[in-house]
Write a protein that binds this ligand. Sequence first.
Ligand SMILES: C[S@@+](CC[C@H](N)C(=O)[O-])C[C@H]1O[C@@H](n2cnc3c(N)ncnc32)[C@H](O)[C@@H]1O
Length: 315
Amino acid sequence: MNDLEKYMLRKTILELLLKIDQGGYSHLLIDHEIKAKKFSEKDVALLTEIVYGTIQRKLTLDFYLEHFIHTKKKIQPWVWMLLRMSVYQMVYLDKVPDHAVIHEAVEISKQRGHKGVASFVNGVLRNVQRKGLPDISEIKDDAQRLSIETSHPLWLVENWIEMYGYETTKKICIANLQDKPVSIRIQPMRIEMEDALAKLKEEGYRVRRSRIADQGIVIEQGNILKSPLFKNGFVTIQDQSSMLAGIMLDPKPGMTVLDACSAPGGKATHLAELMENSGKIHAHDLHPNKIKEINKRAEQLQLTIIDAKQVDARN
Ligand SMILES: C[S@@+](CC[C@H](N)C(=O)[O-])C[C@H]1O[C@@H](n2cnc3c(N)ncnc32)[C@H](O)[C@@H]1O
């Protein structure tokens, strides 16, 4: 990667993080940028890792930065975001050396701001590098420490501690930070479980049946997006835990079901499968542009009982 490409990649990451911070949908924005800029597979992996990592560790990163910057209010949002994504790389990514992260952050600051911003960014990041990070374990309050350590909102951690106790809450928060394997759901009206497993193995995937959802398959190795089974709508991507919602609802063929917050249609299509594509599913979502995502997924899986419409569930 030459300097211009590296700069373009980091600049794109910064723009993406700013758009997502203003309420944009991360997967749609990332997908759009990847297609528009034609990044290599390696760059796409790095971009995805930095964008999602910076979002996931936001509260931890802000705690680190606030230790070095005491006048956060005066800092422009893009400068703070640039610092956040730079500290993310310095703390969590081994593959990019600190000096390269700092150099690129300074270059972006010069281009987007001016020399003063660049020297501020340089100063903060060099301080992080020289002085090291503040110690989170010194936070006395259990909920506050867990919130910062695992980057979960304080109100949520407090609620969970009240409901499940500290030890279980800690396990939940830590589990949330771990990478989960991708799982898929078979469309049982189009393919049998044994056939799907055999075909995926033939295609070179390492797979196993889900232990918690009858239609679920866990992909232990391989990019499922490239499989003809996925491309042709015999399977769809869905977390195993999300499959439990449909299983618990246990809808029967012929029923009428309302899914009030439906896009992109993971659960609505699952319900249609459980109902053997007989009955009606009203699939609503607030955002008009997301309705086509529900329709697209239903079409791919050859499910016809889903009526997707833009409706605000609050009305
Ligand atoms: C986590 S997603 C739902 C995922 C979906 N159930 C599935 O299984 O694929 C939440 C959705 O709720 C929608 N939403 C948020 N507020 C809403 C509202 N007031 N009325 C309708 N939809 C809403 C969002 O646009 C978003 O698409």
